[in-house]
Structure formats: C-alpha cells, structure tokens
Design a protein around this ligand. Structure first.
Ligand code: MIC
Ligand code: SF4
Length: 657
C-alpha cells in the first residue's frame, strides 16, 4: 500500500502539490491518479450528517453491515427538522440517538446548533478531510479543513472506513487584495464570486483563496465564503491555515489543534480570479437564484415584508453581534417580521450572557431556535407574494414554503438595514458600524452534546425505529433493454428543491415510498401519477441538473418510481454521484440541440450493453430517430449501475462473501 501511494505522489501533478488543496489530497490519497480530472480515492478523517439526510444514511449503513465508525471523528447533528408537528421527527431523532450510541458517533441534539457552525467551532481541524451529507460541508474550509458534501451512502461508506472517490479537482486560485470597506461584509465577497462564476462555474473545481486580502478576514468570515462557494457547484472551497486560524482556535479553546498549512511561495494556479476587497460594494442575490447577483443599490427601495438572519452562512457570533449593534436602541419597521436564528448554542449563550439578547428582543426581533429553520422551509414561510431578505445561501423558488415569495440573499448588514427601514437598503446609508469586539474566549456549551458509550456498552444498544421509518429498498439489476417514456421535460438549473421539495415534507425523509409521492411536485403536480401509471421511464433536463442540496432522496425517490435514466445537458456533482448510487443512468446529450428532439411522452429505448462505451445512442421510437449521447461513468460505475446502483451492488457483493 505504501509503495502504491509513493507511486501516486511521484506521478502527481507537481503544480497541484504546491496548493493547499493538493497538500491535503496528497496526505489522504489512497487510490488513483492525482491529476486534474482523474478519479482518486481519499481517506476521510471526519464525517458529519444532519437529521434530514442522516436517517437514510444510517439506514444504508445498516444495509451495508457497518457496525462501528472507523473515522477519527463522526458527528450526527439534529438541526434541520426540529419542529415535531407529530411523532415523525421525534422518532427520527430517537433513531439517530440510538445509531450514534451504537456506531460510536457524537450526537449534537436538536437545539445545539446548525451542523456547519457547530462543526467549525468544535471539531473541524486544519489539514483534515471532512465528508458531510450536506452540501455546505465546505464551511470547514474557512479553517483549512477540506470539507466535501456528498450523498448519505458515500458518507456511510466513509464512516465504515472506505475511501471517498472523486475526480481530482482543478484548483482555481482566488486572489484577494485590499480590505473591505465599512458595511461591506464577507457575504458580499462570496456574492461577488458568484457574480463572476454563476451557479455552475465551480463544477469540477476547488476554489482556493490566497493573497494579502485574506489576512483581513477572520475564520467565521472565511467560513461564510467557503460555505456559499457550494452555490457555484465547486467541489469545495478552502483558505490556508495561518495565524488567523490559530487565533480562532484559541478563542474556541482548541489552539493545540492548529497546524500551519499554506500554499508554497511559488504556487501556480491554472486559473486565477483576482478580487480587490476594497472595490466590493454591498451585493444581493435576486429571486430565484443565488447566482443572480446585483449591487444592493439596484433594488434599493423595494418594500420588504420579512427579514431572516441566520443559516450556516451567517450565524456566527460576529454576524449576530453585527445585528445587535445595528438594532440596539432602534425598532424594526412595523410591516417587517424579523427573525434571528443563532448558529450554535455557544453563540446563543454568549449573546444571552452579555445581555445582547435583551437588546435584540427590545428592537422587535423574533429569536428562533439554533437550527436551519426558515432556510429549509421549517416555519416562517412568507405571505403570498412577499419580499423576504435573508442572510441565507439559497433562494430557489418555493424553498421558503411560499411559491410566489420573492427571496433575496444578502449580508447581515443589508438585511438589518432593510428590517429597520422597511425597504431594501444599502447598509452604507446607515452610517458606519463600530468595530465589533470579539471575546477572547467563546465558552463552548456542552449540554446538548452526547458522547457515545464505550464499544462494549454500545453492543447492547437497540436501534429505535418509529413507524414512519421504512427500510431502504434495493433496486433490481438493469434490464437488457431499457425502455420507457419521457415522464417530464425540464429546463436548465433544476435544483433538488424542485426534484424533491423539503419544507412541509421534510418529516418524510425516512419514508421513501411516502416521500416519493411528491417527486417533481413544484414542476408538475401530476408527475407521481404519470410515473405510477407508466411504471417508470426517463427524465429530460437542461444544464446543471440537480444543483443545490446533497439530498439523496432526489435520486432515491425517483428511483423508487422506476426512473431509469436522466438525460441532461449537464449535471451537478453531488447529484450525479447520488444517481449512480441509486441506479439511475446519468446521460448527457452529445449535441445540446438534441434536447429539442425529445418531448414529453416520447418512447425511448436504450441497450444496457451500450453503456460500456462513453459514447452511445438512444432510440426515440416515437420520432423514429436516434440521438447520440455521452456519459462520464468509469467502468466500475457502469458495473454498479447495471447491478441496480452502488447500494444494491455493494450489499449484493457483501452477501456473496
Ligand atoms: C439544503 O440546504 O438544501 C440542505 C437541506 O441543507 C441540504 C441537505 C438536505 O436536503 O437535507 C444540503 O444542502 O445538502
Ligand atoms: Fe441548514 Fe440552510 Fe445551511 Fe442547508 S443551507 S445546512 S438548510 S442552514
């Protein structure tokens, strides 16, 4: 094994090895070729799951026969669905607690905070790899930890000690110069990056930050930037680990976990994007895409009905103190509802202990639990047609719970200014904010953290399954002739919120047959009935299909309904992997114009054997034509798809052993 790794490193792309990304990959590579575009298998040091993806991840771990975490650290967070409108969530939480005890995972209970904020404060470490069943796992990149989002099955495998496979990314250097002007925030930096790259400009890439400007940004600010890098489609985003990282680790009582990790002086990035921080102005993403970014001044004056502060992007102590200083002694506009969700119990406690909660309450802010809350449509759905300004990272249509709501994404500074005036407001018009003093230490709160028992006691733990928790089904092997009709035809940038809406259905995450009744509901409420009637079929889509969340239900539920293949112009990374895991063939048009040669209800036919080549054709029987297609699957992935997907393949191979 050691010789094999030595060989991988000898053959590795030397330019890559000079980057922070390359250094971490070189430390963790176990298989493959460290050359951009080539597949590698890497060792995963840490994992995280959250309740909305965690239950299926652990149900899959059960199918795989994983009985004990083999990672250095694995944490199961409960932060997405904590409303408990009936027994379903409560049952999920108890299941997760029993799983954590049995497998040796740390449990972060409901109310302890949003997974990424808590992980940054307590567990992420520079130089380590972190795989999370949530697309915003790159938040940890704010401290030089390589956080990658993946589907639950990949995380379950990593918990069992298996390598994580990915295409070696190209590293884009983002050079930051200068210093932000007053009232311009780290959020505006990532919005500026999104303005340049759009929602798919990061696919296949790692965004690595460097240059003198990074020294002006604290770890929580860096984490805001790496968090929302997910919206560019990037594999991850990362900052180096330097004295600023040490300072942060000191404040959270973990300075002994610091290591220096920086790119070499003679680093050469294949592509460089230069951003002068002093030139950035307050920015805002317009409905309904995080990539539709304009200066705040362009939409200033628009009446605002709701403002929400929080989410894994903007809920650090600094973010909330910004809100405190801006709201202190003032009143929220009478027609605005302002909510604030602290990112972690430690942040919440710190605010309470210093008396700042009282200031927020007096200004008219509604303080919510330390959870994802409105970000994932768990409460605070805006009224019909409302304008909602949120410090979150996603504003896909309907995600807030109200289809015709107009959701804007901004910094805390812009959000609070708008809450005070009642219209979208450029924060620079509100005067300067005084320097926010950071406490020397933020006391970590432990009351809602449960450490696992020792392995001996763990053996006796029974997994607690409520009636809504249904076992994961394994898909049958692919037939020789894959035939069926087109069940839906979709445009570009279809997000997983369209494929598998969250919001009110979040409590169905452990029950695939029930959740599957809502597949594609926002795009076509009749999809379920049509798929049932036809017994499955094909999905046609445009560019960047499956952007957004890591939820594997967006593959699992269509697979349950018999969807055999998705033919798109291009795919988002995590969703592509999820399709393979659950036996749906991801195909792309060789010529993009052919998208116009397939219509709803057309009968299509594909030979399974044709998948052995990366170029193939599909017959459109209704139109009597053949359409050339492509795929990027490796031979191993083709084998898995033919067996019904990775989960079916692995569990069958385990049974044959
Ligand atoms: C999201 O922001 O969309 C989520 C909810 O956090 C998802 C995970 C999920 O769907 O459970 C994500 O980002 O991966
Ligand atoms: Fe939670 Fe929203 Fe962050 Fe997703 S994006 S992890 S829902 S806070």
């Amino acid at each position: 094994m050691e010789n094999k790794i030595k060989k991988i490193l000898e053959d590795a792309d030397t330019k890559l090895l000079k980057t922070v990304t390359g250094k971490i990959l070189a430390e963790h590579v176990l298989k493959g070729e460290l050359q951009p575009g080539e597949e590698i298998g890497i060792r995963i040091d840490q994992t995280l799951t959250q309740d909305a993806t965690g239950t299926v991840a652990y149900l899959e771990a059960e199918v795989l026969g994983i009985d004990r975490a083999k990672t250095e650290l694995s944490v199961s967070y409960v932060d997405h669905n904590t409303l408990k409108m009936d027994h379903k969530n409560a049952d999920d939480h108890v299941y997760l607690q029993s799983v954590a005890a049995k497998y040796g995972l740390i449990l972060s209970k409901a109310g302890n905070g949003i997974c990424h904020q808590v992980h940054l404060e307590r567990y992420a470490r520079p130089g380590k790899t972190l795989l999370g069943s949530d697309s915003h796992t790159p938040t940890a990149g704010g401290m030089g930890c390589m956080g990658i989002g993946a589907g639950g099955l990949d995380v379950a495998l990593a918990i069992g000690g298996e390598p994580f496979f990915l295409k070696t990314p190209a590293v884009v250097g983002i050079k930051l110069m200068g210093r932000l002007k007053p009232m311009v925030a780290a959020k505006d930096v990532i919005l500026a990056v999104l303005q340049k790259l759009g929602v798919k400009g990061g696919v296949g890439k790692v965004l690595e930050y460097f240059g003198p400007g990074i020294k002006t940004l604290t770890v929580p600010e860096r984490a805001t930037i790496t968090n929302m890098g997910a919206e560019t489609g990037a594999t991850t985003s990362i900052f180096p680990s330097d004295e600023i990282t040490l300072d942060f680790l000191h404040r959270v009582g973990r300075e002994d976990e610091w290591v220096r990790l920086e790119a070499d002086d003679d680093v050469e990035y294949g592509e460089i994007i230069e951003i002068d921080l002093s030139e950035i102005v307050p920015l805002i993403a317009k409905p309904h895409s995080p990539g539709d970014v304009v200066p705040v001044s362009e939409v200033a004056g628009l009446t605002v009905n709701q403002v929400c502060i929080g989410s894994c992007t903007n809920s650090s102590f600094k973010d909330l103190m910004t809100a405190v200083y801006m709201l202190k002694g003032k009143r929220v506009s009478p027609h605005v509802s302002l909510t604030i969700s602290p990112g972690s119990m430690s942040v919440y406690y710190e605010l309470a202990e210093r008396g700042h909660l009282a200031e927020l309450i007096a200004a008219g802010a509604r303080i919510l639990e330390c959870t994802c809350g409105p970000c994932i449509g768990q409460g605070q759905a805006p009224r019909s047609g409302a304008v909602s300004v949120r410090t979150f990272n996603r504003n896909f249509k309907g995600r807030s719970g109200t289809t015709d709501a107009q959701v804007y994404l901004s910094s805390v500074e812009t959000a609070v200014s708008s809450a005070l005036t009642g219209v979208i407001t450029d924060p620079r018009s509100m005067g300067e904010l005084r320097e926010i003093p950071m406490p020397d230490k933020i006391k970590m709160q432990d009351a809602l953290i449960v450490e696992p028992p020792d392995p001996k006691q763990a053996e006796a733990v029974e997994l607690m399954r409520g009636p809504n928790i249904k076992p994961i089904e394994l898909r049958e092997a692919l037939p020789e002739k894959v035939q069926g009709s087109v069940l839906i035809k979709l445009e570009d940038n279809i997000s997983t919120d369209i494929i598998m809406p969250a919001g009110v259905y979040l409590s169905l995450r452990s029950n695939v047959p029930e959740y599957a009744k809502h597949v594609f509901e926002p795009a076509d409420p009749n999809f379920y009935d049509r798929a049932k009637e036809k017994g499955g079929g094909f999905v046609i889509a445009g560019d960047n299909y499956g952007q957004g969340s890591s939820r594997e239900h967006a593959a699992l539920c269509p697979s349950h309904l018999g969807v055999m293949a998705v033919i798109a112009k291009s795919f988002a990374r995590i969703h592509l992997a999820n399709l393979i895991n659950f036996g749906i063939i991801p195909l792309t048009f060789k010529n993009e114009e052919d998208y116009d040669r397939v219509d709803l209800d057309d009968e299509l036919e594909l030979e399974a054997g044709a998948l052995d080549s990366n170029e193939l054709v599909i017959k459109n029987l209704s139109k009597g034509i053949e359409i050339p297609l492509r795929h990027t699957l490796t031979p191993a992935e083709v084998m898995r798809i033919k067996a019904g997907g990775s989960l079916a393949y692995i569990s069958k191979s385990n049974a044959d052993k």
